[in-house]
Design a binder for this molecule. Structure first.
Ligand SMILES: [Zn+2]
Ligand SMILES: [Zn+2]
Length: 381
């Protein structure tokens, strides 16, 4: 992959990234493409943070403040169905969440700030791998991201289909939910379907557990606290006349409050263990700890709101009532550094994570000016 000749044509940069998507932790060519551009613009580039992650730093003038601006780099395992000049060249892999656009907006901001002779401030442009599944943000932090590149504030944008192109949306406090995934293996004792008294039936136990789980949200968490417990998979057995030895359940848990998250995990374990024990069986848990609740810092969110309003006017930002029940690994960065996460409208496009989706190139200049406006507020106040 070579950088396009016109290195500030952000549409062609975005479309180039779209044509060559790479899955999480495999963003090798993407990282090279980004770093060639950033080095060409005079930024200091550090490679190989969490494998393919990079940080491009710009330090100018006398400010003692530093901001981190983050874009995610990974694509999804989806066959792209839409036909463009820049349709994915990697069959079965697609930028279906718009991370190509996120990178283009952040590149545009890096280019604009690096080329501004009056720029005064310190910015780390954080290009993070593997948002979709592997928690690339956490991996970067574990490799010393904020020790090596200390930041006073962090910001990130994610596109949102259905919101008008270039409009911003966010909320105070929780903006995205936590996600955790539990596998439960119910261990019973199999036998002949005609002799159930000699067995411990894991299907009966599993069914009781699924029913009891319906009380976690309705009877354990406060009525104004959102939480979702979904049993998305329940597999057991092979024939009508055999009682199997085991049953397997897969459950996702979402919460918008860290304490609710802990409570839901606790209740899930208590219910499953005690129900299985009551029937003479047992359970084994296999937890995949996911992403924490993403919480905006109210002062930093105010800066982000002012940044949008200064450039695009008071109608450019909407404060939404409810958190989005999806999750986002920028939450790991928000746990470490006060920051703000905002959605930027993608217009009337197909939803993210679908084969028809495409990032709206008209949105790119909005993101670039938004980041510039944040820098302007923080470094020139
Ligand atoms: Zn996604
Ligand atoms: Zn995404």
């Amino acid at each position: 992959m070579n950088a396009p000749k016109d290195s500030i044509n952000l549409t062609s940069i975005r479309q180039h990234l779209h044509a060559y998507p790479e899955l999480g932790l495999e963003e090798v060519k993407t990282a090279t493409f980004l770093s060639d551009l950033l080095l060409g613009w005079g930024l200091e580039v550090t490679h190989n943070i969490a494998g393919t992650g990079i940080v491009a730093s710009l330090r100018r003038g006398k400010s003692d403040q530093t901001i981190g601006l983050r874009a995610d780099m990974d694509a999804l395992p989806i066959f792209e169905s839409a036909q463009h000049d820049y349709t994915s060249r990697h069959e079965g892999c697609m930028h279906a969440c718009g991370h190509d656009g996120h990178m283009a907006m952040l590149l545009g901001a890096a280019h604009a700030m690096a080329n501004d002779p009056g720029f005064n401030g310190n910015v780390h442009f954080i290009f993070q791998p593997a948002e979709e599944n592997f928690g690339g943000a956490k991996l970067m932090i574990e490799e010393g991201l904020f020790d090596r590149f200390p930041c006073d504030y962090v910001f990130a944008l994610h596109n949102m289909p259905g919101i008008p192109a270039g409009k911003f949306a966010s909320r105070e406090g929780t903006i995205m939910a936590s996600i955790d995934v539990a596998g439960i293996e119910v261990l019973g004792k199999g036998g002949h379907g005609a002799q159930p008294e000699k067995t411990i039936d894991p299907i009966v136990i599993g069914s009781q557990i699924v029913t009891a789980f319906q009380t976690v949200v309705s009877r354990n968490i406060g009525q104004f606290e959102p939480g979702i417990l979904t049993v998305g998979s329940f597999h057991s057995g092979s024939a009508s006349n055999i009682i199997p030895d085991t049953a397997n359940l897969e459950i996702s848990l979402r919460a918008t409050d860290p304490d609710t998250r802990v409570l839901m995990i606790k209740r899930l374990e208590e219910l499953a263990s005690s129900i299985a024990m009551g029937f003479g069986g047992s359970v084994k848990f296999d937890w995949q700890t996911g992403y924490p609740v993403a919480v905006n810092d109210s002062k930093v969110l105010e800066i982000a709101m002012a940044a949008a309003i200064n450039v695009f006017g008071p109608d450019s930002i909407e404060m939404v009532k409810n958190p989005w029940m999806g999750s986002e690994d920028f939450s790991f960065m928000l746990e470490k550094i006060p920051g703000a996460f905002l959605f930027i409208g993608n217009g009337d496009s197909s939803p993210v994570h679908t084969s028809e989706y495409d990032f709206n190139d008209k949105v790119i200049p909005f993101g670039v000016k938004f980041y510039q406006s944040i820098a302007d507020i923080i470094f020139n106040r």
